[in-house]
Design a protein around this ligand. Structure first.
Ligand code: SAH
Length: 254
């Protein structure tokens, strides 16, 4: 079977943060699938078709891409950031696992991209310089009490925590609750970074502390990094501060 699906991470937003591998894979596709605003960021070449879909339709989008590939097409499925981080690569795998046997014969390739937490971290220094974890605050796909347990465990273990999907219109309170939870484990001065729309025209970075962190500062396009007890802020005259977590880890003091 000649059809194939390539799941492509196109980075957080900046055109120069799409990898050369992703650019080649996009150009090779006959059909492009993805969430509308992500597809709008990639050029359509002559002969290519675009198949945009809504935000919440990941499973249906993955299945549609696989069906199209099973007909013999070279299909690209576009994800923001990295395709494997809270994104389409896992949705495709789930559909392959549950779908008709013919889908297992298809070539499936995942092309990595720069994920939001790496792009935000790079803007402010090196907050992910030592052990860290990533957590999605969306309780659409898992119960809220699981998220609370993971927040407690991560903060207690001394991890820096990258929070994806911090809020949405349907999930207004989760981030405030998460900050409340983390305050019980972390020193007041623990740095918190709000990275809004990194790589896009409306990019905004702000640095605060866990004691002062206000969930109203985040929206759907924000990646939040909560430091560990070791994370430090270096103030600099005339320049924005550097936030970093030292490479030499000490015992978590929490
Ligand atoms: N696959 C994506 C993540 C998808 S989950 C990636 O690897 O980056 C969607 C969440 O990612 C958003 O709610 C936000 O928390 C984060 N995100 C995606 N793009 C972003 C950007 N340009 N700036 C800041 N956060 C972003």
């Amino acid at each position: 079977m000649s059809g194939r699906v390539t799941v492509i991470g196109i980075g957080p937003g900046a055109a120069n943060q799409i990898t050369p591998e992703a650019t080649v894979a996009l150009a090779d596709a006959q059909a492009l699938y993805g969430y509308g605003p992500y597809l709008a960021r990639v050029p359509t070449l002559p002969g290519q078709t675009q198949h945009p879909s809504d935000n919440r339709e990941e499973a249906a989008r993955a299945a549609a891409a696989l069906r199209h590939a099973a007909e013999g097409a070279r299909v690209a499925l576009v994800s923001g950031g990295d395709a494997g981080v809270f994104a389409m690569a896992a949705a495709v795998c789930a559909e392959v696992e549950a779908g008709p046997p013919a889908w297992r014969a298809l070539e499936v390739t995942v092309v990595p991209g720069i994920t939001a937490m790496l792009a935000v971290a790079a803007r402010v220094g090196a907050p992910l310089g030592h052990d860290f974890c990533a957590l999605s605050l969306s309780d659409n796909l898992k119960p809220w009490d699981v998220i609370e347990r993971r927040l407690d465990a991560a903060a207690n273990a001394g991890f820096v925590i990258a929070l994806y999907n911090p809020v949405s219109r349907a999930r207004p309170w989760q981030l405030g609750k998460a900050f409340e939870r983390l305050r019980a484990h972390l020193p007041d001065e623990t740095p918190v970074i709000f990275g809004h729309a990194v790589g896009r025209a409306d990019e905004r970075m702000s640095i605060t502390t866990i004691a002062r962190a206000d969930s109203a500062a985040a929206d759907m396009a924000t990646l939040v990094i909560v430091g560990s007890a070791q994370t430090r802020v270096i103030e600099r005259p005339g320049r924005s501060p550097l936030v970093y977590t030292p490479r030499i880890g000490q015992e978590a003091s929490v």
